[in-house]
Design a protein around this ligand. Structure first.
Ligand code: FES
Length: 162
C-alpha cells in the first residue's frame, strides 16, 4: 500500500509505502535532516509534529519516548520521523522551521548573507540565529559549538543505551 503524507509548511504531498519511515518523505523532498544518530531514534534531529492523522501512524517505541522527553520543544503531537511509519492516508506533518541546518561547510558558505528563517537548536528549540540576521564568522563558530554539544549529548545517549 502507498500512503499520501502532507508536509507543511512546504506544502508538498509525498507518498510512502507500508513500513517506510516518515523521514524518507522529508529527505526525498529536499529537507536536510541531520540524522546525527543514523536513524536510531536517539538524536531528535528529525523531530516533527503530526498536525493530523495521529491514528494513522505507528505508535511510539520506548527509545523514541525517552529521546523526545529530552527535547524542550516536544509536544503531545511530536514524533521522530525516523521512528514513525505511516499506516494510512490523511497524515499531515509540520516540519519545525529552521531545524534542518545543512552541514557546517554549507553554513560557512553563508557568511556575509542574511538568514531566511530562524535557525534553532535541535534539542532545546533555542533560536540560535534570528531571521534576517547577518551570518558572521562568530555566528558560524557558535553553530559549530552547538553541533559539538549535540554530538556530546548523542555520545552520552549511545553509552546509556549500550
Ligand atoms: S535521525 Fe536521530 S532521532 Fe531520527
Amino acid at each position: 500500500m502507498t500512503w499520501a503524507v502532507r508536509l507543511e509548511p512546504i506544502g508538498v504531498t509525498a507518498n510512502l509505502t507500508d513500513g517506510q519511515p516518515l523521514i524518507e518523505a522529508l529527505v526525498n523532498n529536499g529537507l536536510n535532516v541531520l540524522q546525527e544518530c543514523g536513524r536510531r531514534g536517539m538524536c531528535a534531529t528529525c523531530h516533527v509534529y503530526i498536525q493530523a492523522g495521529m491514528a494513522q501512524v505507528s505508535p511510539k517505541n520506548r527509545r523514541e519516548e525517552r529521546t523526545l522527553a529530552l527535547v524542550a520543544t516536544a509536544q503531545s503531537d511530536s514524533r521522530l520521523a525516523c521512528q514513525t511509519k505511516v499506516q494510512g492516508n490523511g497524515v499531515v506533518v509540520q516540519v519545525p522551521q529552521g531545524m534542518y541546518v545543512d552541514a557546517m561547510t554549507d553554513i560557512e558558505a553563508l557568511i556575509g548573507r542574511r538568514t531566511e528563517q530562524d535557525l534553532v537548536h535541535p534539542l532545546t528549540g533555542e533560536v540560535l540565529v534570528e531571521t534576517g540576521k547577518l551570518i558572521t564568522r562568530s555566528i558560524v563558530n557558535q553553530l559549530q559549538a552547538t553541533r559539538t554539544q549535540v554530538s556530546e549529548y548523542l555520545n552520552q545517549t549511545r553509552e546509556a543505551n549500550l
